[in-house]
Design a protein around this ligand. Sequence first.
Ligand code: NAD
Length: 379
Amino acid sequence: MKEKITIPYIVGDGTGEDIWNASHEIFEEAVQKATKGEKGIEWVELHAGQKALDVTGELLPEKTIKTIEEYKVAIKGPLTTPVGGGFRSINVYLRQIFDLYVCMRPVRYFNGLPSPMKTPEKVNFIVFRENTEDLYRGIEWKEGTPEAQSLIQFLKDTMKTDLPESTGLGIKPISRAGTVRFARWVIDYAIKNKRRSVTVVHKGNIMKYTEGAFKEYAYEVAKGFPEEITFDADKGKIVFNDRIADNMFMQIILRPDEYDILLCPNLNGDYLSDACAALIGGLGVAPGANIGDRIAVFEPTHGSAPKYAGKDVINPTSFILSGAMLFHHIGLPGVSALIEKAVEKTIGDGIVTYDLARQLANVTPVKCSEFGKQVVKVL
Ligand code: NAD
C-alpha cells in the first residue's frame, strides 16, 4: 500500500485558484515518479484570509492553525491584504504565530528565462529575510487617533522630539535575540550547504540602533565560527561582509557574481527579493519558504495579482518551485530535483506564460493550466 504524505494547503486569494489548479498534479506526479509509486500525497485543504472569512466567518480559523501545527508543513498561495485600512496581513500573522523567523527566497537563473542582464547566468543568490521583526511587526497608529496623539505627546515631553500633530506613527523593533537566532540559522545553512559568502544588507548608517545593531549582532554570531568564516578573504572559508541596502540594489545588477547569500532585516529583504526576481524573469518564477524551529510554510514571493484572477494566464512557476522547496524540506530531495528539472526543461523549450513571453522575442504565451500540463508531461 502507498505511504501517504499529508500536506495541508491554502489555495489563497486572487490568482491563487489558477495557480493551484495548474500545480497540484505536478506535485502528485513527481512524488509518484521519484518514489516509484511507493508514496502518494494526501492533500488537506485549509482556509485563510478573505476566502476563510467568506466560508467560515473567521480570517484565520482555528482548524487552519491546528492542522498546520499537526503536520508541521503547509503550502499556500497568496493572500490579499487591504491597503490603508481593513484587516492586517494574514501572511504576516501566520509567520508570527508559528514563529517562522526565517524567510528563504532563492533567486537562480536557468536556461530559457528572460533577463534584462547581459550575463544572467551569474545570478544565483538566496535572499534570507528576518520574518518576525522590523516595521513589518505592524505596530503602528493612524494619524489623529488618541494613541498617536498620546505617543506624540510622550515624544515631546519625555524625548524632546517634536512631531507635527498630523503624524502617523510606526515602530521598528529589531532585537538582539531576534537577530541572533536568525543570523545563526542562516550561517548554519551557509556552512552546511558550502556557500561562498554571506552579506548583511542594512541601512545602519541612518538607522543606527535598529539596522546598525542588526549588522553588529550578525557579525557577533559570525565571529563564533572562526573555522568556517573569514572576514578577509581566507581561501576555503565563507566570506562574511556587509553592504548598505541602497548600494546592494546596485550591486545585484552590476556585480551579481560577487554575491551569494544575502542576510536581511525584514523590510530590506522584502524589497530586495522582488528586485532580485526581476533579474530572472520576475515574480512569476520566485519561490519562497517561511521556516521556524517547528514548522515551515512554503509560498511564492508574489501576491494575489488580482487583476489576473480566474483568467488562467498567471505564471504558476513560483508556486511550483515553492513546492519543490517543501519536498526538499521534508526529506524528499529527489522529488524536489525532478520538479525543478521539469520546470527548467519546459521553460527552456520556450513554453512560458505571458509574463515571460512578453520579455522574449517571438514567443506565444501558453495559459497557466497549459504550462502545468506541459510540466506533468515532461515529468
Ligand atoms: P503582486 O505580487 O500580486 O503583483 C505584482 C506584479 O507582479 C503584478 O503586475 C502582477 O501581475 C505580477 N505578478 C505577480 N505574480 C505573478 C505571477 N505568478 N505570474 C505573472 N505575473 C505575476 O503584488 P501586489 O499587486 O503588490 O499585491 C496584490 C495583493 O497581494 C495585495 O493585497 C498584497 O498585500 C498581496 N500580497 C500577498 C503576498 C503573500 O500572500 N505572501 C505577497 C505580496 C503581496
